[in-house]
Design a binder for this molecule. Structure first.
Ligand SMILES: O=C(CO)[C@@H](O)[C@H](O)[C@H](O)[C@H](O)COP(=O)(O)O
Ligand SMILES: O=C[C@H](O)COP(=O)(O)O
Length: 944
């Protein structure tokens, strides 16, 4: 294939693609064409009919729109998503050509072709809905379309005038553009950022005229020489009119103010008569300031054997005029033909449009019959409160505010307003990351050749989504295994290190702020390991960074020559970043289908779009319910999961805890708690079952039914397969934002996570100064544990051993509390099992919710709630003396760091007079946890 697209561009003609299909975004097909020099895209109702009417590309999104009854609105939602995807892919072309090319056209409904005001309104609505500077709204050049073109241009909207067949109608369209600009000038508005094309239809002229010629030839006339000549002739004459109109004085005044010419766009340029050359409507029509939009087969022909000669549109003008005259002499009226073609064109687009709406209708009917709702609420007595919360969110216009980054539903305090205004980038991020999916895929493919392991080095919001994806999707054949390091425990660091082949490992340093201590420590440690293994020169090539623009990490990564630095949208907080580079770079590197995950997220985005009424938006309904339930005291949001998405809870836990646990209130997420008997759950619970429609009977699903029957509120979130995790990420984010508004808190800050980060830094500085932490004396010391009480338990009679101390704290547990086990120990299967057993014992005995967090990981998650939320927590903090230290270049070792984090956490809880104890195991963790389990079982037994 040659360089024809670039040669054409050099000759002043841009080639656009006259086609759109959802699969071309995900497959990378469109990106490849753009890379070859394609510079724009057009769509029309027939193109969409073909794309949407056939195949299953749109079924996913249709499923999320199943409640919507208006098929035209559904079509718009489908089309807008494609147009946005295309606009995002063409955006670099738009940027590089300074707004000359990179446009994607979307046509107003052809049913409005004879309705001026209807067209003006529809154009404005579509422009706002697509919300991209490189979209063009297509308006037919009918009699009624003329004033609509002028008004739409005057409104500052890019216009593609379509269905132009005659030179005179073309001139009307061009004048409408000029008049629209003039109106703007009169109003003192800028005109330099407006683009327009006039779509002049070519091949259809030959089809119509040849038909008449054939009739005459059959009747004995010798007119063969005129066959297949009219279309190109007519088009060349239209180009002459263009030169005149835009070369004249009237336009010169506008040009002086920065106006661009309205470029003629040659449409309908595939050859219809197979006897003719396949590029007969391309090669002779090359000219400056033109576009030719071609369907895929014509594009293939150009790339395969097109020859490019500049300015062919200026050649043979005499012959062109002679052709038109000759036709006139034969009583073939170009005027009649072109008028008929406009009418036929409108009818044919309207027919396509109606056929497409019918196809959408029947698809929906089928989907409605087999798709359950995405969110089902069985709230029992709490339903009226949830309804009232939803009404309030409706009054607040919550979705519109989210989409417009208006902070008013969360706070009016200036400090919070500043935070929220810069925290809502996640609302649109699925679409933006989607536009990068082919880049991510290509990068991943190149890495897969060099690496067997990919390791995310990050904390909380920067690592939980990759961890959940890793545990959900596992290892992809042909791609590296994905690991996540979010612990400073020396045994855990060593276990990971030993499982890697460092020379074949790629490390992703993931930190939004670029200053968090843990990822910094991980980076220093593994950078040294890589340097030792592959040499200092090559080390950077084993690293990738994901961070905000301008961070210290970005600068270091550039300096150390990292293989890639992905700078994320800075308007996204860590816990809302799953669908940005933070989640999707690791996912792509692990070979997961990022496009599929993002497609599902985009479905959720549409279901919760700015224009959706909150009552119909699944995320808002979910959020209103959990917010209202929390206000009624059902604040223990217990996450039950289908086994195939078991890992999801850890991500949702962070989102909910860190977003809502502040100002002395909050929703307490309970994740990973073993299923209990129905009677083990108190009146403070609400259950959310994730994965409701996934196949197979599972215990969690069955238990959800029993809990509902027993009168507990149960929310079910439907998933059809694991890729719906993308949809879940988004749905929970909307729900959390909505719940925050119901609770009246800022769902986007995390003051107490920052407090922990600061505590750690302070303690480390003290350590450096004094050579130790100056830990207090334990209140109880026995052979298996040392006990340090928090202020809220200092008055309790702890006795003299682990058993008595645990019993004393257990005595402090009240209905409505939650018991948190915060373990600064290695996170591994054995310790997880031990803690699971311990929490079940406490839950069953006290009917209270229990949580488990491994330190320091939970500091970036539930840690916010422990300190910022209500005083309902009873804390058991576990620490131990790791058997070895691991040195980190330029800072204290991992063992010291882990201890600093535990002590800092303890201090914060203590300061807030929380109840509980720190239990320090002097020996092995396993033995310590076993001793603790025995003590708690004893305490429970004594109570019973
Ligand atoms: O109008 C534009 C571009 O502005 C095109 O999408 C235009 O609708 C198409 O080129 C034609 O409808 C295709 O016509 P044809 O090749 O089917 O005769
Ligand atoms: O949840 C986020 C963690 O606190 C990590 O923050 P970071 O991405 O700025 O390193």
């Amino acid at each position: 294939m040659g360089n024809q697209l670039r040669e054409l561009a050099a000759a002043g003609q841009s080639i656009w693609l006259d086609n759109i299909r959802r699969s071309m975004f995900a497959s990378g097909e469109l990106q490849t064409l753009i890379d070859q020099g394609l510079r724009g895209m057009t769509s029309n109702p027939t193109i969409f009919e073909k794309a949407i009417g056939a195949g299953t590309d749109y079924d996913e999104q249709l499923r999320t729109l199943a409640a919507e009854r208006d098929t035209a609105a559904i079509f718009e939602a489908l089309a807008i998503r494609d147009i946005r995807s295309a606009c995002d892919l063409f955006r670099p072309v738009w940027d590089q050509t300074h707004g000359l090319d990179g446009y994607v056209s979307l046509e107003v409904s052809p049913t409005l072709a004879n309705d001026t005001q209807g067209t003006i309104d529809a154009a404005a609505r579509l422009w706002r809905a697509v919300d991209r500077p490189n979209v063009m709204i297509k308006i037919p050049g009918t009699v009624e379309g003329g004033p609509a073109i002028k008004a739409t241009i005057a409104a500052g909207i890019n216009v593609n005038v379509t269905l132009l067949f005659s030179v005179d109608r073309y001139e009307t369209a061009a004048n409408a553009y000029i008049e629209g600009l003039e109106e703007r000038v009169k109003r003192g508005e800028p005109i330099d950022a407006i683009a327009s094309v006039a779509s002049f239809f070519v091949s259809r002229i030959d089809t119509a005229i040849d038909k008449q010629l054939h009739a005459k030839i059959e009747a004995g006339a010798h007119l063969e020489h005129l066959l297949g000549k009219a279309a190109v002739a007519n088009t060349k004459l239209a180009y002459q009119r263009f030169l005149k109109l835009f070369g004249g004085e009237r336009f010169a005044a506008l040009r002086a103010k920065g106006a661009r010419v309205q470029r003629p766009l040659w449409a309908s340029t595939s050859t219809k008569n197979p006897a003719y050359a396949d590029l007969m409507y391309v090669e002779p029509l090359v000219g400056r300031d033109t576009v030719n939009t071609v369907p895929p087969n014509t594009l293939d022909a150009i790339l395969d054997h097109g020859t490019v000669r500049p300015e062919t549109v200026l050649e043979d003008l005499g012959r062109a005029r002679a052709t038109i005259e000759a036709l006139g002499k034969e009583q073939i009226s170009l005027y009649d033909v072109t008028e008929q073609l406009v009418a036929d064109g409108v009818t044919s687009f309207a027919d396509s449009f109606n056929a497409m709406l019918a196809a959408i209708g029947s698809k929906l009917e089928k989907l409605r019959s087999d798709a359950p709702p995405k969110v089902s609420l069985a709230l029992g007595a709490a339903q009226p409160a949830a309804d009232a919360a939803l009404d309030r969110l409706g009054t607040l216009d919550i979705l519109k505010k989210l989409w417009l980054a208006d902070p008013s539903p969360w706070s009016s305090d200036p400090a919070h307003v500043a935070i929220v205004t810069h925290a809502l980038g996640w609302v649109e991020i699925p679409q933006q990351t989607h536009a990068q999916s082919s880049d991510l895929r290509e990068f991943a493919q190149s890495c897969a050749k060099r690496f067997d392991h990919v390791v995310v080095l990050g904390m909380g919001g920067s690592s939980l989504a990759p961890d959940v994806l890793r545990r959900t999707f596992g290892k992809t054949p042909g791609y590296p295994a994905l690991h996540v390091l979010d612990s400073t425990d020396p045994q855990q660091v060593r276990a990971l290190d030993e499982s890697l082949d460092i020379a074949r490992s790629l490390f992703i340093v993931a930190s939004k702020s670029g200053t968090t201590t843990e990822p910094d420590a991980f980076y220093r440690y593994f950078f040294q390991r890589v340097q030792q293994t592959v040499g200092a020169q090559n080390a950077g090539d084993h690293f990738v960074a994901v961070t905000d623009p301008g961070t210290k990490l970005e600068a270091e990564a550039k300096q150390a020559k990292f293989a890639r630095v992905f700078t994320n949208d800075p308007n996204i907080g860590g816990r809302y970043s799953a669908l940005s580079y933070f989640g999707m770079v690791p996912a792509a590197l692990a070979g997961y289908d990022v496009t599929a995950i993002l497609d599902r997220a985009i479905n959720a985005m549409h279901a919760n779009a700015r224009t959706v009424v909150p009552h119909d938006a699944p995320g808002v309904r979910f959020g209103a319910a959990i917010g209202a339930l929390a206000k009624q005291g059902r604040d223990k949001l217990t996450i039950l999961t289908h086994p195939s998405v078991r890992a999801f809870g850890a991500w949702a836990e962070q989102l909910i805890a860190e977003s809502t646990g502040k100002s002395g209130i909050g929703i307490v997420p309970v994740e990973g708690e073993p299923l209990g008997e129905v009677g083990a759950y108190g009146e403070d619970r609400v259950f959310v079952y994730v994965g409701a429609t996934l196949p197979g009977d599972d215990d969690a699903g069955a238990r959800a039914c029993e809990l509902e029957a027993a009168g507990h509120p149960v929310i079910r979130l439907a998933m059809s397969d694991a890729y719906d995790i993308g949809e879940q990420f988004y749905l929970w984010e909307i729900a959390t934002a909505a719940a925050g508004a119901v609770l009246g808190i800022d769902a986007f800050d995390q003051p107490n996570v920052q407090e922990s980060k600061d505590n750690t830094k302070r303690l480390l500085a003290e350590y450096a100064q004094k050579g130790g932490f100056g830990e207090p004396e334990p209140r109880v010391t026995s052979s298996d544990a040392q006990i340090f009480p928090l202020a809220g338990s200092r008055a309790a009679a702890l006795g003299s051993d682990l058993q008595s101390a645990v019993a004393a704290i257990a005595d402090q547990i009240r209905a409505g509390d939650y018991v948190a086990f915060n373990a600064y120990v290695p996170m591994n299967g054995v310790n997880e099992d031990a803690l699971r057993r311990i929490r079940a014992v406490v839950r069953d005995a006290h009917k209270v919710a229990t949580t488990v967090g491994f330190g320091p990981r939970f500091l970036h998650s539930t840690g916010q709630l422990h300190k910022g939320g209500s005083n309902e927590g009873v804390f058991f903090q576990f620490t131990y003396d790791a058997p070895f230290e691991i040195a980190i270049p330029g800072m204290v070792g991992f063992r010291t760091l882990e201890r600093a984090q535990a002590l800092g956490d303890f201090e914060s809880l203590d300061k807030r007079e929380r109840r509980g104890i720190r239990v320090h195991f002097p020996g092995e963790v396993q033995a310590g946890l076993a001793a603790f389990a025995a003590a708690i079982e004893h305490a429970v037994g004594a109570r019973a």
